[in-house]
Ligand binder design. Sequence first.
Ligand SMILES: [Zn+2]
Ligand SMILES: [Zn+2]
Ligand SMILES: [Zn+2]
Ligand SMILES: [Zn+2]
Ligand SMILES: [Zn+2]
Length: 274
Amino acid sequence: MRKKIGVLIAILIFTGIPLAVKATSENGNPNIKSYGSIIYKDSSGSVELYAEDIAFLQEKLASVPDEIFDPVLYSHVHEWEYINVNKNTHTRHCAVCGSLYDIVSAHEAATSRACTITYGDKDYPGYEKTCRCGYTWKVEMYHNLIYTSVDATYHRLSCGLSGTDYCSGLEAKDSEHVRTASPVDETHHQSVCNFCLIEEIQECVFDYDSFEDSENPTQIIKYCECGNYITEPKESVSENDIGNTEDRSDETSQTEQLESVSGNQTETIQGGKI
Ligand SMILES: [Zn+2]
Ligand SMILES: [Zn+2]
Ligand SMILES: [Zn+2]
Ligand SMILES: [Zn+2]
Ligand SMILES: [Zn+2]
């Protein structure tokens, strides 16, 4: 307790002297000295002392451990070592200070360098970080976005390292497959998602597009999205159209028009195949 009173006096002296000088010079009365908020001059000019402030200061000092006043703390260069290093924290320790002054804190990257993270037979670009305590850990350089199939309709976009300590966390998003079909035989195609690469053999559906057969106007060619097609006789409505066309075919100009239309259709069919 003596030490604490000593500190209290020291605080008063250090903070009080400049204020006392200031008060003396301002008031021109060398008999009244102000020592900050603890000792002060009231309106009548008499010097007062706040008992509450003294109590408050004593209370504050009481929360400071006695050891803090031990001169040994201020008479050596700390020899920091890091002990109790675990996945999340280290403890900074100085043997001279003693374990009372140990500080537990989270690792902080003192250095960082590019590295490769190998996880599940795959390599990912990352950073290897090292704390002052020597603990090293790796984090991904950026999220490694991958699509995985959820079901026949949806795939999920997520980070290839999500759920591991390498990844800071990424909310997964579901969206529908974007499929491309290619024929496997005349009536089936393989449908593959451009993103998650899910594959499925499907029966062709010939409703993707249809054109009149340029070589046989009574026939219609119906295409599946994969490029497979079937040729069918035109339906009755189409046959009526053909009849009308034939009626007008006497006029040369119209025949030419028809041929030019057929030519365009052929081109379009080729385009459709691509
Ligand atoms: Zn120390
Ligand atoms: Zn550390
Ligand atoms: Zn990630
Ligand atoms: Zn997909
Ligand atoms: Zn198909």
